[in-house]
Structure formats: C-alpha cells, structure tokens
Design a binder for this molecule. Structure first.
Ligand code: ASP
Length: 426
C-alpha cells in the first residue's frame, strides 16, 4: 500500500471512530504529552480554552430553549410538578449518601493525620458568608430576565424559562407558534452542540496536557491520600450507588448506563464544569439512554445546577482532612452539621470550575474548622474538581434515567442499543 493510501486509511479510521473513543485517546495523549513537556505544556492551553469557550457559548441559549421545550412538552402540569418533586428528592437523597461516603473514607484514610498544622488566628483566607435563606429565595426571581441571560445566572434563567413555558401552555393555540420557535431553536442548539463536540478530542487533549504538565508528581504526592480518598469515593458512588439505583429502582441493565454516559463524563472530567457539560449530557441522555426530550430538557438543567454529589463527597473528605491536619476532634453533632451544610452548599454551588472549593469555606466555617485548611486543598483542587464534576454529571444522568423510566418517558430500545439513536418520545 502506498504512503498516501495508508494515511487516508488512518484518516478514515479516525473519522469513523466513536466520539468517546476519540476523546479518550485525546485524554491519554494529553497526559503523555503533559508529563513529557512539564509546565511548558501551558502553550497548548489556548486550544483547550477555545473548546471550553465554544461549549460555554452553548449553555445559556441551550438551557433556556431546552427548558421551555421541556415544560411545554409536558402539557400535564400535575406530571411536571411530580417530575420536579421526584427529581429534587432523589437529588437530595443521593447527595446525602455521597457526603456520608466522603466522611466514611475520610475516617478510614485519615488523609490529614500527621500533618500537625497549627491554626493561625490571622489567617488570610476569608470564609464565604452564607447567604440568608430569604435572600436566596428573593434572588431566584430575575428582575430583568435579559440581564439574567446575559449574566448567565442559571437559577434565574431556570425560573424564567419554567414560568414562560407554563404560560405558553396556558394560552393554548396562541402559544403554539412561540413553542414551535423554541422547539426549532432547541434542535438547532443540539445540532450546534454536536458540531462543537467534534472538536472535543483536540480541546480535551490540550487541557489534559496542561493539567498533567502543571501538576507533576511533586505537587500531588504529599496530598496523595486526599486525592485517593476523593477518587475512590467518586468511583464507589458511581459504581455502587448509581448503578445500584439503575438496576434496582429503574430495573435496567447498568452497563448500558455506564457506556452511555462516557462522553459526558470525559467532558466533565476535563472541563470541570457541570454547566459546561450540559449540552453533552442532554445529548447522551437522548441518544444513548433513550430519555425523552421533554424529560432530559427538564431534569438535566435542573440537576446541573442543584445536584452536586461529587462536590458533597469531596467536602466530606476535605472537612475531615482539615480537622485531622489541625488535630481537631469532631463530635457526632459536627458530622451531622457537615452532612446538612454540604448538602445545602452543594445545591448552591454553581456548576463551574472550582466552585466547590469556595463552598468548602462555608462548610469549614460552620463547624469551626480553620480556614487555612482551604489553602492546602486549593493547591490540588483542579485534580479533585475533575473527579467530583464527573460524579455530579453522572448523578444528573442517573436521575434522568430513573425519572424517564418511572414516567414512561424512556425508550428502552434506545437504552439497550449500543448505537446512538434518539428517543422517539418528545
Ligand atoms: N466544578 C464542579 C461542577 O461544575 C463544581 C465544584 O467545583 O464542585 O460540577
């Protein structure tokens, strides 16, 4: 075979390869190149940033259009209320389980033991003020929806989109043209997502090279136990809790769930943003898991905003790490406080890189742990963020399957098939 036909063949293999395989290869190649180049791999970062910006470009219009479509496709308002309540209950329960796993592993691994740190009364790291419940609720309603859209305030966008969707349903025939426009815009956004995703293997390659180059073994080894505890916790949560829920509650084969969410997981792992991964999650839910458009468009944006199991799990490990490092004993009541605060804090955590670290300050201050602990964790936060974001996204997809199955909004043929397809229900 001549050289040119050989390279054409290779191009053909690459072009016809499933996207998740390409992303995986990009990730591994990125780690290898980053390990080889060291901090110089930073030169590749702009390629990754380009990709992340392209994904970010999709978020606001996608969340808005897909939520309006999600609501308007559920003509039955009782059903919508039911799905909303079910989703929130599962989100909270799974988050509480996640943080308990985090606390359990923090107790077994004792990641902070032997560090003998001493708290400095004048520590420079400031705790995040916990917003009052009243102000949180007041801020849910955007005074100006355009400003909310322009500022990317996802919770406010969700509230406005839900309201608009319900109103469009209520006006019957008059609302139909607007619903059609939103449907067509949402489809356009899904298509644009898949176009942007073609660039994912290269963007992810560059991001991984940068991360691997920046965090060599020197940075990671001293905190290896924290990293191990968070990663093992994340793996247990996905492989035991999520697949258990899929098998026992939804009575579906969990392997298909794991296969179907790989692209979203890889996207989450490298971008460390649940909101940024949302376009890919919606695509996985519809094409690989057979979740109907209405359910995926409703449950996933909500989940990407309020469901953060990985973040809660990390906060459990991190809080124990800080307590152990500073030799502070925690009481049973402190453990309970950590569970309650982390669950609530994870709802308030934005699905953006590093948000969990800021919320950790809230958890630490509530149980009176020293803020300097935050600074130690901050050094390796990106590495922890990769795992926790991956779990956050896997959790949203798990809930979309449970809800889809219980509401008869899941196409089992698509779920069980290995080829990407789109669920027939709307
Ligand atoms: N990066 C996480 C996410 O987007 C949030 C966090 O920092 O824990 O889901």
């Amino acid at each position: 075979m001549s050289d040119s036909s050989l390279s054409m063949n290779k191009g053909g293999i690459w072009r016809s390869m499933a996207l998740w395989k390409k992303i995986f290869i990009g990730m591994l190649a990125g780690v290898a190149v980053g390990a080889f180049m060291g901090p110089d791999a930073e030169v590749l970062k702009p390629i990754g940033t380009l990709f992340i910006n392209a994904i970010k470009m999709l978020i606001v219009p996608l969340v808005f259009c897909s939520l309006v479509v999600g609501v308007t496709s559920m003509q039955d308002s009782a059903k919508m209320g039911r799905i909303g309540i079910k989703s929130i209950v599962i989100y909270l329960l799974s988050t509480a389980i996640a943080i308990s796993i985090g606390l359990g592993l923090g107790t077994v691994f004792m990641p902070g033991e032997g560090l003998n740190m001493v708290a400095d009364a004048n520590a420079a790291v400031a705790a995040k003020e916990s917003p009052s419940l009243v102000s949180t609720i007041i801020n849910l309603i955007p005074k100006n929806p355009i400003e909310a859209l322009a500022g990317g305030k996802i919770l406010q966008i969700i509230v406005f989109a839900l309201g608009l969707g319900i109103a469009l349903n209520m006006i019957g025939e008059t609302g139909k043209p607007a619903i059609k426009v939103f449907n067509s815009l949402a489809e356009g956004m899904y298509k644009l997502t898949s176009l942007v995703m073609n660039f994912a293997p290269y963007g992810i390659f560059a991001l991984m090279a940068w991360v691997a180059g920046k965090y060599g073994a020197d940075v990671l080894l001293p905190l290896a136990k924290v990293i191990a505890a968070v990663y093992i916790g994340c793996i247990i949560h996905v492989l035991v809790v999520y697949t258990g829920a899929i098998a026992i509650i939804a009575k579906l084969p969990p392997v298909q769930y794991l296969k179907g969410i790989v692209s979203a997981q890889m996207m989450a792992f490298t971008s460390t943003s649940s909101s940024g991964t949302l376009p890919v999650s919606i695509r996985c839910a519809r094409e690989n898991l057979g979740v109907s458009k209405g359910t995926a468009s409703f449950v996933l944006p909500l989940g990407a905003t309020i469901n953060m199991d990985g973040t809660a799990l990390y906060q459990g490990v991190a809080a124990l790490f800080v307590a152990q490092a500073f030799g502070i004993d925690l009481s049973m009541a402190d453990y309970m406080t950590i569970i309650a605060t982390s669950t609530l804090a994870s709802i308030g955590t934005a699905g953006v890189p590093g948000a969990g670290l800021i919320m950790l300050s809230l958890v630490l201050s509530t149980v009176g742990l020293p803020m300097e602990g935050l600074a130690i964790i901050a050094g390796i936060d990106r590495i922890l963020d990769m795992a926790r974001t991956c779990v956050n996204v896997s959790g949203d997809l798990m809930v979309s399957v449970l809800i889809g199955k219980s509401e008869n909004e899941l196409d089992s043929d698509v779920y069980k098939s290995d080829e990407p397809q789109t669920a027939t229900q709307s």
